[in-house]
Design a protein around this ligand. Sequence first.
Ligand code: FES
Ligand code: FES
Length: 160
Amino acid sequence: MARIPIEFTLNGQEMAEFVDGGATLLKVLREKAGDMSAKGGCHQGTCGACSVLIDGQLRLSCLTLAGTCDGARIETTAGLAQGGVLHPLQQAFTEAFASQCGFCTPGMIMVAKALLDQNPRPSREEVIEAISGNICRCTGYEPIIVAILAAARANSINAA
Ligand code: FES
Ligand code: FES
């Protein structure tokens, strides 16, 4: 299969890779770029565990061909903490016990980041709608909803 040269930034770091034409972004992130934060759950677009941001837009990396990401700005949970300080969403997930086995957590956090970037003070219903494509088998979802709402409150206090 033809190999395609691509350049992109991953959490602000410039990357250059040769990728197989059929390789997913999830595979390239995990197996070439060394970023294991996005998880492969279903590999068919139904669990949300592989969610990342591409040019600020929420995307499922298991359904995104890496070859389409040339020139893209890719963000994953691996890049959220700054200088050893957790991102407000990571902090809120920790405090609300919103992560148990943790498999869904990176995807949930990227979905939440996409939501808060667009809508800094979402309603509970808007949070539920935002995470509706992401499966969690551990928490019963309520701690995740609580965490995202808490992160939104923390963001608005910090911005005030
Ligand atoms: Fe991508 Fe499940 S691994 S949606
Ligand atoms: Fe285990 Fe969500 S914390 S799947």
